[in-house]
Design a binder for this molecule. Sequence first.
Ligand SMILES: C[S@@+](CC[C@H](N)C(=O)[O-])C[C@H]1O[C@@H](n2cnc3c(N)ncnc32)[C@H](O)[C@@H]1O
Length: 256
Amino acid sequence: MKDLFGGAAPYYAKYRTRYADPAIEHLAATFGADSVVLDLGCGPGTVAIPLAARVREVLAVDPEAEMLAEGRRLAGRAANIRWLRGDSRTLRELPAFGHVVMGRSFHWMDRRAVLAELDGLLPPGGVVALVGPPRRVAEEPWEPAMRRVRDEFEVNTFTAANTYQATGVHYEEVLAGSPFGVLDRVRYEQRHTYGLEAVIGLQLSYSYTAPARLGDRLPAFTEAARRELLALNPAGTWELVSVTEVLTARRPPRSP
Ligand SMILES: C[S@@+](CC[C@H](N)C(=O)[O-])C[C@H]1O[C@@H](n2cnc3c(N)ncnc32)[C@H](O)[C@@H]1O
């Protein structure tokens, strides 16, 4: 659990795709303006910060101190976010909350265990929401170049234990089989332009190529990335459309 994203937090905050505003608005409308929401695996506040402007309070929880520090810095004066060190195994230690959101973080957790735990903690109308890329995503246009670099540096892409790739079970299946089996899905598209520095910065935001993982090979890695990316596309600019999926999960209504 320690240092999964060592040194990645500033790159994460700067270069990872922000979620489309309508996705955040959909979450806020689902939870309600008076709600207290747990953002579990909050990272540098990608969801917590924009969501806090639309709900009563956000409990922003992450095991990584560097991520929490970056979030605190970015949140500035927002007074209704509590940044708390913790993880999916320490939910009982948290103040009470009414709903939960997990942005690109569910795959880091023992998914069934966390849903069972949430069933004990959430009130009757409590919603569990997952935010992130959809199940099938097109490969990013720079991937062929970055794959060559990762091969050269012998870094594997998957470090999370509970991804579909690792378990053969998709998150929807886990949710559908949980106490929160009533699912609803909405998708939002955004256009982005990435320059060379942004594509390299993005690589340093991933757990598997985070600065701490590369150690003293970091300068050589970024140099190799620059070389391969420019060989792939001498203009050094990429256009792409990202898709954010918001999947909400509720308990089935009780029969009278
Ligand atoms: C890819 S980042 C997502 C950050 C942010 N929620 C977003 O949507 O961009 C995944 C985060 O999950 C955190 N994490 C890893 N294991 C966790 C666990 N067992 N419980 C809670 N969070 C965890 C990591 O520290 C990291 O900050």
